[in-house]
Design a protein around this ligand. Structure first.
Ligand SMILES: [Zn+2]
Length: 67
């Protein structure tokens, strides 16, 4: 009698729009939001999860010489 309704557990909320996430595209609510998130990743290096530098990182290229 300790059956946990795993399938009824919420997947959280979409980090993009805040709507309830869908299992197929979690943690997002839709494929569109996932694309948005990925797009931000590719264009803006947003929220570096595997980094630690929370916040805004200067868009510095590979070289660091300022003339
Ligand atoms: Zn969403």
């Amino acid at each position: 009698m300790a059956e946990e309704p795993v399938k009824l557990r919420p997947f959280g909320s979409c980090p993009v729009c805040g709507r309830p996430a869908v299992e197929a595209v979690r943690p997002f609510c839709s494929a569109q939001c996932r694309r948005v998130d990925l797009g931000l990743w590719l264009t803006e290096g947003y929220a570096i999860q595997a980094g630690g530098g929370l916040g805004e990182a200067p868009p510095s290229p590979l070289s660091d010489d300022d003339r």
